[in-house]
Design a protein. Sequence first.
Lengths: 89, 403
Amino acid sequence: MTDSVREKVIAIIAEQAVLEPGDITPTATLPDLGIDSLGLVESIFAIEEAFDIQIPFNANEPDQSDFDISSVDAIIAAVEGLVAAQKGV
Amino acid sequence: MRRVVITGQGTINALGQDVPQTLAAMREGRCGIAELELRDVERLSVRIGAQVKGYDPEALFNRQQIALYDRFTQFTLIAARQAMDGCGLSFAGELAVRSGVVLGTAGGGVNTWDENYRTVYEEGKNRVHPFVVPKLMNNAAASHVSMEWNLKGPSFSVATACASSNHAMGLAFQLIRGGAVDVMVTGGSEAMLSFGGIKAWEGLRVMSKDACRPFSANRNGMVQGEGAAVFVFEEYEHAKKRGADILAEVVGFAMTSDAADIVMPSKQGAARTIAGALKDARLNPSDVAYINAHGTGTAANDKVECAAVADAFGHHADELMISSTKSMHGHLIGGTGAVELLACIMALKDGVIAPTIGYEEHDPECALDVVPNEAREVRVEACLSNAFAFGGFNAVLALRRAP
C-alpha cells in the first residue's frame, strides 16, 4: 500500500506542477516544483479525494498544521499516516 | 465642486438589528461570532460565523414579500427602512428622478440558490417556485429599494467580492459629486451563511475554526458574517437647505486593480488605492487619524495591509489608529464595507474608535496601532475605509466630520 500512496501522491503533485512523475524528486519542496499557495490547496483537495481522507491544513498557519508539507517525501509520509489513521489500513 | 454628505444610516448584522445596538456593541468590543445554526451544520468543518440571530422574517414581511425577498434582500430593506426614516426625505416629482440606489453584494440570493438546488438535485423534484430568478438575482435588493421608495434615477448593483459595498458607495459618491443625481441610497448586503455558501469557503482553507483575530500574531483566518448596512448620500447644499441632520461628509474615493493574482493581495495595489483616496479627498496623510481596515484576520491580508498603510502614510502610519471591526461582526463579504462605514461615522461623529477585538499577540509584521480589544475616545477629523477584494480589486473611501 505504501508504494501506491507514493505513486498516487507523486502523480497528483506532478499534474499540479505540469511535470512528469519521474521529475518529482523526493527532497523537492513545492515551491521548488513551481507550486504556489493556490496549487498547494488544490493538491491537498486532490489528495483528499484520491484517498477519501480529511487533511488538517489551514493556509494561514501552514507551519502549525499537523500536515507536513516541507518536501515531497514529507507529504507522502503525512498522507500515509492519515490513511492509516482514518482508513485503518 | 459639489460636496456629498451622509444623512441617513441603517443596519442589521450580528451585533444588532439597528444602528444604536450595533454601535453599542462596537464600543463595548462585543463579539457577534458564535456557533452557526443552520441545516447540515454537522457536515461543515467550519462551524462558527457572525449570524443574525433572533431574526423572524415573518414578523416583518408578509407571505408575498417573502416569496420575492431572499434573506439578503430582507436585510437590505430592514437597513434601508431605518436609513430612510432617519433622513427625513420623501421621494416624489423631480427629487425621485434625481435619486437612485446602488448596492453591493457578492453573492446575491445565495440561500435561494442553495434551497432550490436542494429541491432539484437532492430531493429530485422537477419544479421550483416561479419566483426563483427574481428572488436570487444580485440586483433584487436594489430593485426592491427603488420600488419601495420611488427612486427613479441611476440604480444598479455592484459585485466585486469583498469590495462590493465600497465600490457601490464610491460610485454613489461620484454620481452625486458629478451632478447626475442629488441623492443616492447606497451600501450593501450579504447572506451567504448557508450550507453551500460556507462549504465553498471551506475549500480555500483560509477560514478560522475558532475566532477572527485580525493583526494578532496567532490569527488563523477569517470568519464569515451576514447582514446589511444602507446609507443616504446627499448633495451638501440640498441637505443644508432642508436642515438635514448630517452624520459625516464623504470626501474621496479611489479604486484600482492589482492585475496580478486572483486571491493574493498586493501591497502596491493597496498602497496606490489609499494614496489615491487621499488625493481625491485633498487630504494630507496627517489629516487622517483612523482607518477602518479590511483586516480579514488572514495571514496574508493583514500583513500586506499594514505594509501598504506604512507605504502610503510614511511616518504618519505610526500616529494613526487602524482597527478591524470584522473581529466583531465577521466578514460580510459584499456587505462588509457598508457595516464598516458605521464604525467610520461613529469615529467622526462621536469620537469613538471601535477596537480590534480578539487581539492576543503582537505581530512585528502588523506593527501599527490596531486599537487592541478596547474602544478609544479620540476626536477624529478624517478617516478612511479600506476594502481589498479577491480578484485584486481595491476600493478605499475617505470621510470627514460633518461640515
